[in-house]
Every structure is written in structure tokens, then in C-alpha cells.
Design a protein around this ligand. Structure first.
Ligand code: PLP
Length: 368
């Protein structure tokens, strides 16, 4: 077996096979008006929509009309191309593909890349939807200790050569800890062992990042900092063409409503023109960690580790009593003995509101 097959070679092989079997799919821009569909400037009477009752044109629905079909049938409104071009530009990649949600992006992408006989190595703190995607792929999988590069290296040295492809998965910013993955080191290890790196940027997108993301496969969501709904993968054109043909959550799921796609485009444009929002939230996070003498903030998420479940819950309730909502996160979401408050800051907070939180936390945690 040739162990040094690169991602590009795999994508080219899969594409050759799709063409040979006459099953290569491409996305066609479609504009739907009732049962009429316009593609490439020509209007057709469509029998492709799943709008069985004709309710898509019902007045109350017109604000958020459903797409009526999957993107490969007639759901691929030109609004998708605009959103994907903008995403690719912001991510610095050749192309991007939008999915129905971040969960669906991971669920579709991972099994499109690896399967039986392949190996997935993932950070122990990776999100449930990465785990679900890996399970669906039927690849062998192992988790390395959180951000522990020595452990990742050992797993690569011990297991990589026994498998065809190897995919390394990590979040860029971890959802429960707010810390960042050491992407440069992970990428170096991936290169040294002919493994592919895929990142989940659900909690990083929109915030100033310390360095560019070197991953060939960059997944993210439009439901957090973007504030809408949907997921995406950004990468090479070959990767995106491959996903259009092999990511089952795109192929076999209805496209997002056009209004949702357009809302994401508008939010991304704001994100770009108002970079100050990302800077402000990072300033707030730094203020909270400084004031409470915590490790420096790396993202908009500041964990305050309390330890015991009951104690974390008690702090949550006391904050609530003062009109402040902060979630207490307990096992199994986080490891035993590390129950915590998960403070999520937003550019929509005012400085006075952040100060109010800090003062309440100081009082409550001192009195505890
Ligand atoms: C790290 C991570 N990835 C993916 C997702 C899923 O994204 P979505 O809510 O868009 O399905 C989440 C959501 O909680 C997440 O935290």
C-alpha cells in the first residue's frame, strides 16, 4: 500500500472515478418562481420541487421561503454563489461550500474524506458533531490529549503507517475552554506524517486570529458570530468539487431558504466593514480575565473553573439572582471535577454590562 497519497491525489482519483461512472455532480444556479425555474438564462416549467402543496408562495412564508429542493436539484439560488465567494475570500481559500448547519457540515465532510481502513486523530475536546461525523465514516479513530502535541506525535508514529489516509481534527477555538489549538504545530506534524488537517472554526470565525489557519479543510458555522444559520467548508476548488459529489448532507438535504443565505452574506459584509466588533469582544474578554486574575483570554469564551458541580451551579444561581445569566457547564460536557461557568462575551455588550458581570463575579466567588 502507498502510504503517502496526498489529499490532492485522493481528490483527483475520486473525481476521475465520478466522471468514469457518469455520476459527477455540479451545482447549477437556479431561480425559482412558483413552478417556473430559470437556469443559465432559460426558464423551465419545473417538476423538481418538493413543494407538494404549493405553500412556498403563501404570503406568511414569503419572508423565509423554503428552497423547495436540494442544491443539486433546483435549490441552488445564485445567493449561494455570492455567499460562498465571500466566505472563500475571507478564509483565503479558492472556494467554499455552504451546508444547512455546522453540524451537517461536519457530518457530511468527514465521511466524504475518510472511511474504512483510514485513521482519524482528534483532540479529546472536539465537538460532538465531529465525533458523529467520524463515527459515520467508519474510519478508525483515536483522541489525543487536549492540545498535547507529544501525544499526537506518538499516535502518528505508532498508528499512521498502518492506515491508508489519516485525518487530524481539531477546533480552532475550543467551545468549553475558549483556548486555541496550536495549529502551526499540528500542521507541521500533519505534513511530516502525510496526514490532512481539518479545523472547526465555529468559535473562532469573526475574531482576530493570532496567525493564518494552515488547514487544507476549514469548516465553520454561520450560526454563531455570523448570527444566522448554516455551516461551511472552505478549501481548494478540488476539495469543494469533491464535497459536492460526496458529502451526503449536501446532496440529500434541502437547501437553506434564500433569505437565510442572504442574511449570512449581509452579516459577513458587516463583519468585514466593522472589524472593530471582533476587537471589542477581545478587549472585553481580556478585561474579564485580567480583573479576575485568570489565564489571558484567547477568544470570546472565558471559562471560570469552579470544580464541583454543586458549587458551579450555586454560582450560576446567585448570578441569576442578580439578573445575570451565565451557564454552569458540568460533566459529561466537561471532564469530571472541572465544572465551570462559561462566560461568552459579545460586542453587543456595553462596557458597563461587562463591568457589572465582573463585579458580581468578584463578590460571589469571594463570598463562596
Ligand atoms: C465546535 C462546534 N462545531 C460545530 C457546531 C455545530 O454548529 P451548528 O450549530 O451550526 O450546527 C457547534 C455548535 O454548537 C460547535 O460548538
Amino acid at each position: 500500500m502507498n502510504y503517502s497519497i496526498s489529499l490532492q491525489t485522493m481528490l483527483e482519483d475520486a473525481q476521475r472515478m465520478d466522471v468514469m461512472l457518469h455520476q459527477k455532480r455540479t451545482l447549477t444556479k437556479s431561480m425559482c418562481d412558483g413552478v417556473m425555474v430559470t437556469q443559465h438564462g432559460k426558464t423551465y416549467l419545473s417538476f423538481c420541487s418538493n413543494d407538494y402543496l404549493g405553500l412556498r408562495n403563501n404570503p406568511p412564508q414569503q419572508q423565509v421561503t423554503g428552497a423547495g429542493a436540494s442544491r443539486l436539484v433546483t435549490g441552488n439560488h445564485p445567493a449561494y454563489a455570492r455567499l460562498e465567494a465571500l466566505l472563500a475570500m475571507m478564509k483565503g481559500t479558492e472556494a467554499a461550500l455552504v451546508f444547512g448547519s455546522g453540524y451537517l457540515a461536519n457530518l457530511g465532510t468527514i465521511p466524504a474524506l475518510v472511511g474504512k481502513g483510514d485513521l482519524v486523530l482528534m483532540d479529546r475536546f472536539s465537538h460532538a458533531c465531529m465525533i458523529d461525523g467520524v463515527r459515520l465514516s467508519e474510519a478508525r479513530w483515536m483522541r489525543y490529549r487536549h492540545n498535547d502535541m507529544e501525544h499526537l506525535q506518538t499516535l502518528l508514529e505508532t498508528h499512521r503507517a498502518k492506515h491508508r489516509y489519516c485525518l487530524i481534527l481539531t477546533e480552532t477555538v475550543f467551545s468549553m475552554d475558549g483556548d486555541r489549538a496550536p495549529l502551526t504545530e499540528i500542521h507541521r506534524l500533519a505534513e511530516a506524517h502525510d496526514a490532512w488537517l481539518m479545523t472547526d472554526d465555529a468559535h473562532g470565525f469573526g475574531l482576530p486570529a493570532p496567525y493564518p489557519n494552515p488547514a487544507a479543510i476549514q469548516m465553520g458555522t454561520l450560526s454563531k458570530a455570523v448570527g444566522v444559520m448554516g455551516g461551511y467548508v472552505a478549501g481548494s476548488q478540488a476539495l469543494i468539487d469533491h464535497l459536492v459529489n460526496h458529502a451526503r448532507s449536501v446532496i440529500f438535504s434541502t437547501a437553506l431558504p434564500i433569505a437565510v443565505v442572504e442574511a449570512s452574506t449581509a452579516a459577513l459584509q458587516l463583519m468585514q466593514s466593522e472589524l472593530e466588533r471582533g476587537e471589542r469582544v477581545m478587549r472585553y474578554a481580556a478585561y474579564v480575565t485580567d480583573a479576575l486574575i485568570l489565564p489571558p483570554a484567547q477568544s470570546a469564551i472565558v471559562p471560570i473553573i469552579i470544580g464541583e458541580n454543586e458549587a458551579a451551579f450555586a454560582v450560576q444561581e446567585r448570578l441569576k439572582g442578580r439578573g445575570i445569566l451565565v451557564s454552569a457547564i458540568r460533566p459529561p460536557t466537561v471532564p469530571n471535577g472541572t465544572a465551570r461557568l462559561r462566560v461568552c462575551l459579545s460586542a453587543a455588550h456595553s462596557e458597563a454590562q461587562v463591568t457589572e458581570l465582573v463585579e458580581a463575579l468578584r463578590e460571589i466567588t469571594v463570598k463562596r
